[in-house]
Design a protein around this ligand. Sequence first.
Ligand code: ATP
Length: 357
Amino acid sequence: MIEIANVSKIFTGRGAPFTALDDVSVTIRENEFFTLLGPSGCGKTTLLRVIAGFIDPTHGAVKLEGQDLVKLPPYRRPVNTVFQSYALFPHMTVAQNIAFGLEMLDKPSAEIKATVDQMLELVRMTPMADRKTSEISGGQQQRVALARALAPRPKVLLLDEPLSALDFKLRKDMQLELKRLQSETGITFVFVTHDQEEALTMSDRIAVMNAGDIRQIGGPRDIYDHPAERFVADFIGDTNFLEVELLATEGETARIRLPSGVETEVRAPRDGVAPGPVTLAVRPEHASLSGGDGAALPGTLANVVYFGTDTHFHVDLDGGARFVLRQQNQPGTAQGWSVGDAVTVTLAPGVGQVLRD
Ligand code: ATP
């Protein structure tokens, strides 16, 4: 639905020119919840603003359903934006705020009323329709901002860290709410966040960005289970990195030798990699201290951290690397290991991922 082709943005202010987007290409599908995820300053907001029309790209094309958007001013694009600050009118009521965009479009008043009522229902704010937006809570303001942006039925809704001002609990509730709104309206959402958990929970697909570039695009599971490179593996979730020897690959399977000398099979990078020294990424929940099937790494238990639902074990592997593994706690059962114990870290079969660099 949205086609971003070879988009670059070079800011030329008073200082040296700065490349905020470096030849970015991505296609966003109709009806999808698409997230731009990355650390502060990686170019997420710049890309969103290029789609909205607030920033002109230095190079490249932005198309919506085949139509070139670059020449259209923001207000002529079938796209709406929800900002981090909400930008509501405090002296107007909830209903007036939602009606505002429709009035600007000169819609008939009966249609405006029907749409406002429908939007109030959608965001569950009907009982507060006549309150001023200065007299409602942050979470309620967030809902009104969403309703206002959804009311003109844009084809695409752009959301720039819209949940970041909310406290933890409300943020969790609003994540589910946003997902529901997206699937009920069928509008394509492009969502910006630096919060990996938020991205994993809400998105159909995620583009992981770093330094003006998209490093990997995929579904949440795909990105988590098959990170292509170290940056992605490190940014999303917790990861152990082991320096191993790649012996051979066959399709998606790689045969490797661990530092302990044990050989095992893990996942190969999709775009291929030559045999030799490589980095293996292993999630903390994909290893155990209890032996069993799988490849083993001997070491010494350096730290045990209890987290309620699970326990984290920090192991100093023979050879020097630190490995963190996570095990779920079983009710009423002590975990049975002490700091200083000689232990063996056993990797679950087949789940480590060889990275491409
Ligand atoms: P955050 O999560 O902190 O909002 P971001 O990924 O959204 O970060 P952008 O706002 O897209 O980052 O900015 C990308 C880079 O471009 C940053 O290094 C920023 O300093 C720079 N930048 C943004 N706007 C301008 C501008 N008008 N002139 C010069 N540099 C800019």
